[in-house]
Design a binder for this molecule. Structure first.
Ligand code: HAM
Length: 413
């Protein structure tokens, strides 16, 4: 038995219907704010992610599906969407358009992670990117839009907010934090000691009681922001407050991508397992376009996991499959007439299906009832009987009279 590859899944019709609901909300909410859909290729030059996402990140180090294209070039199944959208922005000279250029996407992404509930090797994201604006209003707009999408889906999530400042500020802060950790070396848990040089920020996540006390007093990046960065961050917070969004300042928020500057945020849901509780996240990435060979261009965006949103979502109203007409074939067999009638009914705007499984007439009527058909046309030799399934009324009609009769008695009137 061949099964789906580990960490992947089939989207069955019922799942697809819920995904369509999500897509309609995303399109409505993002479209209303001027975001337009973009679709980039499923694979890109490996170099794009190495440079864009960052050589030192887990994604680039361990999680990329990379392969040789046969001509000695390395390609990679996209692990995320921001670097590709920036590549497209540069490649198509979109700096010449009125700025910012706002995009949204709903696509598949690939990461070779250890599969578990909410963590897959192929997964879907809805994302939004606004390229060409440094305004704090852009960050706030993006965050509000994601909050609106989560709201529309009935996902209750907590917003965590931070600012990273610039890479220069971060480098200085890292030195200060490392020195602080060294000064308190003896009081730190051994696993924190081991990571002082590798990743001093991890010390903030320690579960060790003593370490936590030390870290409560440690210098915070938020207190080291330049006046410009601090002002930008305050403006974002004011706008969010004004929009009625509640958030927790999380000075030690870290995300797995290297391109962030200034605003950084995440939405967490308690409806998900703790290790995969982030439904979506993003931030500003003012240096990325330049890193990828474009002119310096400020930008900001987010992505949210479709599977995680759907897991945390409330009841979604799925549109039922409507069947106005089921065309049954009688004993004398009239497959071609039946085919024509179903086809013409669809052309007239009705939802029409015909018998395709060779059932007996009794079986066909049962099937029509099961799928909720409003009318059944029984085509038998030259005769066509139309049965109203609700009233039980049955009329013998000329073939040309069937569709007008249904239209007269339906919502099209
Ligand atoms: P990310 O945090 O890596 O950000 O992914 C965003 C969301 O995608 C996560 O919060 C999660 O819901 C979902 N996700 C990530 N990995 C998996 C997985 N293996 N299985 C299921 N869901 C997953 C980014 O990708 C950035 N490009 C976001 C961004 C856009 N930043 C700025 N613009």
């Amino acid at each position: 038995m061949i099964q789906v590859p580990k960490g992947t899944f089939d989207v069955l019709p019922d799942d697809a219907a819920r995904r369509e609901v999500l897509e309609v909300h995303a399109k409505r909410i993002l479209g209303a704010a001027g975001y337009r859909r973009i679709e980039t290729p499923t694979f890109e030059a490996t170099e794009l992610f190495a440079r864009g996402v960052g050589e030192a990140t887990d994604i680039v180090q361990k999680e990329m599906y990379s392969f040789d294209d046969g001509g000695g070039r390395s390609l990679t199944l996209r692990p995320e969407g921001t670097a590709p959208v920036c590549r497209a922005y540069i490649e198509h000279g979109m700096h010449k358009l009125p700025q910012p250029v706002k995009f949204w996407y709903l696509s598949t992404f690939f990461r070779a992670e250890a599969p578990q509930r909410g963590r897959y090797r192929q997964f879907w994201q809805v994302g939004a990117e606004a390229i060409g604006s440094a305004a704090p209003e852009t960050d706030a707009e993006l965050i509000v839009l994601l909050a609106d999408l989560l709201d529309a889906l009935g996902v209750r999530a907590r917003l965590k907010l931070a600012s990273l400042g610039s890479p220069e500020t971060r480098a200085e802060y890292r030195q200060e934090l490392t020195a602080y950790l060294r000064d308190h070396y003896d009081q730190l848990a051994w696993e924190v000691r081991a990571r002082i040089d590798l990743n001093p920020m991890r010390a903030f996540d320690s579960k060790d009681e003593r370490t936590r006390e030390i870290m409560a007093q440690a210098p915070k990046l938020l207190d080291r922001l330049t006046p410009d960065d601090a002002e930008h961050f305050e403006a974002v917070q004011r706008l969010l407050g004004d929009a009625g969004l509640l958030y927790d300042l999380e000075p030690t928020l870290v995300r797995g991508l290297d391109y962030y500057t200034r605003t950084l945020f995440e939405f967490d849901s308690e409806a998900l397992d703790a290790a995969q509780s982030t439904v979506g996240g993003g931030g500003r990435y003012d240096r990325l376009i330049e890193q990828l060979g474009g002119a310096p261009t400020p930008a900001s965006g987010w992505a949210a996991g479709v599977e995680r949103m759907l897991m945390a979502a409330g009841e979604l109203p799925i549109a039922p499959v409507l069947v106005d007409l089921f065309v049954a074939v009688g004993e004398d067999g009239a497959g071609e007439t039946a085919f024509r009638l179903a086809r013409d009914a669809r052309r007239a705007g009705l939802q029409a299906q015909m018998e395709l499984a060779g059932r007996s007439l009794k079986g066909q009527l049962k099937h029509a009832d099961r799928i909720g058909a409003r009318y059944v046309a029984i085509v038998d030799g030259q005769r066509t009987n139309l049965k109203n399934m609700e009233s039980g009324q049955q009329d013998e009609l000329q073939p040309g009279e069937v569709i007008p009769k249904i239209l007269r008695g339906s919502r099209f009137l």
